[in-house]
Design a protein around this ligand. Structure first.
Ligand code: DOR
Ligand code: ZN
Length: 354
């Protein structure tokens, strides 16, 4: 058997799906993403959501101003689709290289999605424009209908909404974000070159039992929720398959403690700080370390038509315990610390940052 490598030099990765928030939270979490990832697709579900070119530029400036000194990082901005958005806004944002993509949140499907889309037919003109200008549609692929079992909402969305939508706009480029089911894996791998999916570290590590281990564990609650074990295994096979339609997107989604621990806990897992270490663990367990670079650093840019990064990162085989809390403070009150994904667990790889 080949001996296992002690270090990996990888082309610098990008995160094709992240929530950087704004204000104090942005300052607390941005460094975790920018220390490893060269670019990131930044989600627009702020309060209020990003629905104009001006708002996206202002948000981009806030991110750039919050970067630690000397850290090169490019935020790639997205528009938040809703029924009252004018197609011109997407065209202008595209021409000005501000909007790289637009995000579809079915209304009420997740955090800050209240102003999302209630009726997909009502955004036909936006989808036509996106198809015409080649702007990718990023999809939160779940229905929000409370009559549909929460564990079936992704599969239901694919069958009843996404497949028909793709049928209507065959040239639209679509990324199914943070897929969680075998149905999504199959749909994406047979969907042709205009369809891709991002896969998060947490959906590769946990199944739905993690949320209920000895009590309700809101730190493992995210949307779409983790599913049964067979789905997790299907996602692990997809991520490590070497198929270009599956690439990295952390969906790192920090919430203050008070929001995670409330009676109505917010969905979201903060995984940015150890994301590459987390993916490396999975790829090693699956015997696919040689495919980690393409998943992390090549298939995403290829889908978005962007150049590959020419910088690199080093992963070293050095075990470390993930701290119970993240040191970046979200405000002066220490009760508002963040709990990182893998808190208290041993990870076998460390990113070496020079
Ligand atoms: O778990 C999630 N958190 N899923 C989402 O779709 C949104 C995100 C957030 O913004 O907190
Ligand atoms: Zn997200």
């Amino acid at each position: 058997m080949d001996s296992l490598p002690d270090q990996l030099i990888l082309r610098q990765p990008d995160d094709w799906h992240v929530h950087l928030r704004d204000g104090a939270m942005l300052h607390a979490v941005l460094g975790s993403t920018a220390r490893v990832f060269r670019r990131a697709i930044v989600m627009p579900n702020l309060r209020p959501p990003i629905t104009s070119v001006e708002a996206a530029k202002t948000y981009r400036d806030q991110i750039l101003a919050a970067l630690p000194d000397g850290v090169p990082f490019t935020p790639l901005m997205t528009a938040y689709l809703n029924e009252s958005l004018a197609p011109d806004v997407l065209e202008q944002g595209h021409q000005q290289h501000v909007f790289i993509a637009a995000k579809l949140y079915p209304a009420h499907a997740t955090t800050n999605s209240e102003q999302g889309v209630s009726d997909l037919r009502a955004i036909n003109s936006l989808l036509e424009t996106m198809e015409k200008i080649g702007m990718p549609l990023l999809v939160h692929g779940e229905v929000s209908d409370v009559d549909i079992d929460i564990f079936d909402r992704e599969a239901f969305f694919i069958e009843h909404h996404l497949a028909p939508l793709i049928g209507r706009y065959p040239n639209l480029r679509v990324v199914m974000e943070h897929i969680t089911t075998q149905e999504a894996v199959q749909f994406v791998e047979t969907g042709g070159p205009n369809l891709a999916a991002t896969i998060t570290p947490h959906h590769l590590h946990i199944n739905r039992n993690a949320m209920f281990l000895g009590g309700f564990r809101s730190d493992f609650y995210c949307l779409p929720v983790a599913k049964r074990e067979r789905h997790r295994l299907s996602l692990r096979r997809a991520a490590t398959s070497g198929k270009p339609c599956f690439f990295l997107g952390t969906d790192s989604a920090p919430h203050p403690r008070s929001a995670k621990e409330s009676a109505c806990s917010c969905g979201g897992i903060f995984n940015a700080h150890y994301a590459m270490e987390s993916y490396a663990e999975v790829f090693e367990q699956e015997g696919a370390l040689d495919r980690l670079e393409a998943f992390s650093s090549e298939y995403g840019p290829a889908f978005y038509g962007l150049p590959l990064n020419n910088t690199s990162i080093k992963l070293i085989r050095r075990a470390h315990v993930v701290p119970a809390t993240f040191s970046g403070q979200t405000n002066a009150d220490s009760s508002e610390h963040l709990v990182p994904f893998h808190a208290g667990e041993l990870l076998g790889w460390s990113v070496s940052v020079d």
